[in-house]
Design a protein around this ligand. Sequence first.
Ligand code: NAD
Length: 490
Amino acid sequence: MNLGLDATYGAFIDNGFVEKSGATTFSAIAPATGAHLADIVHCDTADVDAAVAAATRAFPAWSATSAEERGRLLNRLADALESDLSRHATIDAHDTGRRLYETTFDQMVAIGQYRYFAGAILTFEGTSRPIPNGLFVTKNEPLGVCALVVPWNVPTIMAACKIAPALAAGNTVVIKPDENASLSTMELGKKIAAIFPPGVVNIVPGGGPTTGQALIHHPGVRKLSFTGSTEIGRIIAGAGAEALLPVTLELGGKSPAIVFPDIEDIDAVVDNAAFASMYCNGQSCLAGTRLFLHEAIYDDFIGRLKAQLSRVRIGGPFEEGVTLTCLISEKQGLRVAGYIDQAKREGAKLLHGGERIPVAGCNAGWFFEPTVFEATNTMRIAREEVFGPVLSVIRWNDYETMIAEANDSNYGLASGIYTSNLRNAVETANRLEAGSVWINQYFNLGNGTPFGGYKQSGLGREFSHETLRHYTQIKSIAVATKTPEPFFVG
Ligand code: NAD
């Protein structure tokens, strides 16, 4: 397929790509093959200034449009993405190394987000109440220019789940894609230019410590929204604290998936638990990477899990029948290899996999076997986010100890429960310290489901009606219906 990529992408500002001679660029590389896909300008402070200025100019007119009009344009963007779905999915598969099946699913999720917020904004209403002298009404007003900083794992979804609510609520945006996977966001700019007024969406590619820093500290910005590591989340929160800006953070996770001995279809649970930990090659903040497996079914479950993982095919992003592909970069590969070595040194028992493997035709890629360790909850492999296809299994038999261990984590993004007993399910859902609890199907997320973390997994909720609150501020307007009591007496 002709990817239709430009040779070089500059900043996207006021609906056009900026051409600048002498700009520093970096390469968009396909992690599987090492192929050079395009050059991307590393935006400097002047580019960020220009992008924020464009968004600031566009804000008064955009925020004055009706919710219906904003919704109509978001739906047009969804239509445009739908008609070019396979090209965008192919670009993401090249750029991230993930299999085409997954990046195709990403497009559908992203399109769903544009459509969801196009509709949700129509029912995002204020309140009204009688007060002693008259009544008040509230309005949900947009904040202004939103700075959006996103990661590389699911770039199309990341752009959508921030751009859609921000625009629906009447804000304008400047988004910085991740330097490992910027291409689909740069291509999104072309679609935006044909639909939205200039300056409503601006894109500044570049590095985190440079372009990202310039953006989050820009005095013209009124809101920060970030997805990525907890470490950088702290930096973003610090910038928000300094400038007193509202901040949305969607950070890391080390989510527990709990298997009770009463499950009915053990093979279905084995399959779903493997999916929970290894979808996206494990490069997902919501991955269920700590599997709490009950003693009574432990051996049977592990036997079936190993059998299933032995059948998993590993290959390039466009190969048929492949489940796992390569990681985003050498840096991520070395990180995963480091965690595997560390787990062995710490005494975790390797139950399956553990090796990097070569894949024909994809010599640059960091491909790993699906890897399973038997671990304890105190080991680093069970405490830190690996971001690779690595699952830690923890035995349990005492319910209270298991719940305490499941909650003994700095993170609290998601969790899973597998049981056929309703009381177990509800009691455990109530006790888990996590923003999402999925009962009998991990990662069961739809448009409108609030998604976000407890503890160090973040602040705020995305994907849902609630998200619109994070992109607006409330103005309360009181109307007096009688002349007030006089202030001056006598
Ligand atoms: P990261 O947090 O470093 O990067 C995410 C985004 O933040 C990128 O756009 C990056 O350019 C930007 N950024 C980095 N430093 C910045 C700074 N100082 N100021 C402003 N912006 C900055 O993530 P990473 O290095 O790509 O991955 C490291 C680890 O983070 C992964 O191994 C994984 O554990 C975690 N991660 C989590 C998610 C998630 O969805 N929650 C996504 C990617 C990575």
